[in-house]
Design a protein around this ligand. Structure first.
Ligand SMILES: NC(=O)c1ccc[n+]([C@@H]2O[C@H](COP(=O)([O-])OP(=O)(O)OC[C@H]3O[C@@H](n4cnc5c(N)ncnc54)[C@H](O)[C@@H]3O)[C@@H](O)[C@H]2O)c1
Ligand SMILES: [Zn+2]
Length: 365
């Protein structure tokens, strides 16, 4: 089974990625050592679809509790966290208990934060069920909840002990959700894997149809890339910044459209297009490579157009992103497909031209 190591100094763990692994993941759980109890944290929707498979695949463990909570972004709150922790306390999950998060990024982030804080930390296992969660959010230890003032403003770095990825669960994912996950896959290819980018260009139709011969090849590749980057930089002080490719624009676009118009991955798709155009404009990236990036993002899914937004609003929203440093705009931009660097001091005039161009359907010439 492809077992991908995440070599985090505070505690290494493995991401086990294989089709069908959920039917026998209990053996992996038992390899972690004894536990006094299991609590599944999931959403009603995901648990209805996959809870039976997960529970049967766990095998011999007895007395598992299930705590379900809504997984809409609106439920990613401190109040949901409190309800979960109270349910865990009533169920008497103790310090040697294990939380198993079964769901997309919302479930993973909230359940991960519960695991980090309940009794000051209990063992955490992630079973991600969306493409975004499988290639991104379940790996790397970022957990947290939103505040009315902004997304993911309260949280902790807390690494799981094990991540179990079964591509088969993606079958029930709505097509729009799946496609928006592909934008994150394209992000990985641009930031560090040219071969993956070419594979995506050549086999996108098969991937979108979830043919296992194509999908099961790209998943471990993305996971390995994320694992390698977070292993170098657990707390996001350096190399991990590369993962922000497309996200400075993407987060701004999500917030300017009040999180209603775009799924996260779709906003990142636009962010990748913006990054490619900006990199081309400052002569970091060939026109031909920029065009390939844009073509791949557009082929991955229909992107709703970007509404007209004044560049000043864009810039204010990007400055508000929690990853800016001292209000200075920094952009992770491609130098070529497969390599990114951080650009500081991008001339405002160039940025404005690119931002103005996003609102239109065509590339500005
Ligand atoms: N921690 C990180 O590093 C990190 C990274 C990226 C994103 N995130 C967070 O992840 C969240 C987004 O996660 P997401 O894109 O996975 O979306 P999500 O968790 O909101 O799930 C999307 C929808 O898909 C449903 N769903 C999940 N699995 C399913 C399945 N197998 N079949 C059918 N339906 C299924 C869910 O019920 C939900 O309605 C955001 O809150 C974001 O902040 C965190
Ligand atoms: Zn993202």
């Amino acid at each position: 089974m492809p077992s991908i190591p995440v070599e985090i100094p505070s505690g290494p763990y493995a991401v086990e990625c294989e089709r069908g692994v959920l039917r026998r993941w209990g053996a992996l759980l038992r390899e972690l050592g004894a536990t006094t109890g299991i609590a599944f944290l999931s959403s009603p929707r995901v648990w209805k679809l996959w809870g039976g498979v997960v529970a049967r695949g766990m095998g011999a463990e007895r007395g598992a509790r299930t705590v379900l909570f809504p997984d809409g972004e609106a439920a990613k709150t401190i109040s949901t966290l409190e309800k979960i922790c109270r349910r865990l306390a009533v169920a008497r999950l103790d310090r040697r208990g294990t939380i198993v998060a079964v769901g997309g990024g919302v479930v993973g982030d909230v359940a991960g934060f519960a695991a980090a804080t309940y009794l000051r930390g209990v063992r955490l296992v992630h079973i991600p069920t969306t493409l975004v969660a499988q290639v991104d959010s379940a790996i790397g230890g970022k957990t947290g909840v939103n505040l009315p003032e902004g997304k993911n403003l309260v949280g902790a770095f807390y690494q799981p002990a094990l991540v179990v990825v079964d591509p088969a669960v993606l079958r029930s994912l709505p097509a729009r959700q799946f496609r928006s996950g592909i934008d994150e896959v394209v992000k990985y290819a641009i930031l560090g894997d040219r071969h993956l980018f070419e594979f995506l260009e050549n086999r996108l139709a098969e991937i979108l149809r979830q043919e296992s011969s194509a999908l099961d090849w790209i998943l471990p590749r993305c996971i390995a890339l994320k694992a390698q980057i977070v292993s170098q930089d657990e707390r996001e002080s350096g190399p991990r910044e590369a993962l922000n490719l497309g996200h400075t624009f993407g987060h701004a676009l999500e917030s300017l459209t009040r999180y209603r118009r775009f799924l996260h991955g779709e906003a990142v798709g636009w962010g990748l297009i913006a990054a490619a155009r900006l990199a081309e404009a400052i002569e970091w990236l060939d026109a031909e490579e920029a065009a390939r990036i844009e073509a791949l993002v557009r082929a991955a899914g229909p992107l709703k157009p970007v509404p007209r937004i004044a560049p000043s609003k864009w810039i204010a929203a990007m400055r508000g992103d929690k990853k800016t440093r001292g209000g200075r705009l920094r952009f992770i931009l491609p130098r070529q497909i497969g390599e990114v660097r951080c650009a500081e001091n991008v001339p405002e005039r160039v940025l404005q031209t690119v931002l103005n161009g996003l609102g239109g359907a065509r590339r500005p010439k």
